[in-house]
Design a protein around this ligand. Structure first.
Ligand SMILES: *[C@@H]1O[C@H](CO)[C@@H](O)[C@H](O)[C@H]1NC(C)=O
Length: 220
């Protein structure tokens, strides 16, 4: 009875949105378990924008944002390569590479990406600067159920984590929209000035569950 009650309470707590303004997730260890799983009611995406800030000293490849569905483990993935100045974006398991990515270690970076299934064009932004736009895939929406994970790369829907693809460091200010956010708004996000919070993921009202050693700390 007490156990049941505890279970119900835990489930309820996990579903309560938290305001993480001024906070960050710290991933202090390389593991194949520690992660944050996000809850979203969004059923299907025909366009999207994701923005986040990250801080790491990882020189190997790592996942910054992993969105999987039953039909594609990399339905939307922001991936930093091992080589210092390249990154990759995935949509529906298709991939586009980006060069000239000035991703210094031990410093906060603001990263945004937009994609639209109509044009199939994807874009990456880093620290206020847009990178060259690329075609990745068009005509097919991202279908639900959607699972979004920070700290690990999903190689299957909600799992398939490996230590060598995990994230180590800090992450903050994550927002996701189900439409293309304008360049002006993206610059505002990157400059830390007023912007409309994400309607899919909102850092001021985030629903998530932590597994393993992930801390919520004050951002610095
Ligand atoms: C984001 O969360 C804040 C705080 O709960 C809320 O005021 C705002 O309306 C939310 N924005 C969206 C787009 O959901």
């Amino acid at each position: 009875m007490v156990f049941m009650l505890l279970l119900v309470m835990l489930t309820t707590c996990a579903a309560v949105p938290q305001d993480l303004t001024g906070k960050m997730f710290t991933f202090p260890q390389e593991t194949n378990t520690a992660h944050v799983r996000l809850t979203t009611e969004t059923k299907e995406l025909k366009a999207l924008t994701v923005c986040l800030r990250s801080f790491t000293d990882l020189q190997r490849g790592h996942s910054l944002f992993s969105l999987a569905t039953p039909s594609a483990a990399n339905d939307f993935l922001i991936w930093k390569d091992a080589t210092s100045n390249t990154a990759r974006l995935y949509v529906r398991d298709y991939v586009a590479g980006f060069r000239g990515v000035d991703y210094k270690l031990n410093t906060w970076h603001s990263i945004c990406s937009t994609w639209d299934s109509g044009s199939g064009v994807i874009q990456l932004w880093l620290d206020g600067n847009p990178l060259s736009r690329k075609f990745i895939t068009s005509g097919s929406n991202i279908p639900g159920p959607i699972i979004i994970v920070f700290g690990q790369d999903q190689d299957s829907h909600g799992g398939g984590f490996v230590t060598s693809e995990s994230f180590l460091g800090m992450m903050s200010d994550v927002h996701m929209w189900d439409y293309i956010v304008s360049p002006t708004e993206i610059r505002n996000y990157m400059d830390h000035v007023n912007f409309s919070p994400g309607n899919v993921l909102n850092w001021s009202a985030l629903e998530f569950q932590i597994t393993g050693r992930v801390l919520i700390e004050d951002k610095f």
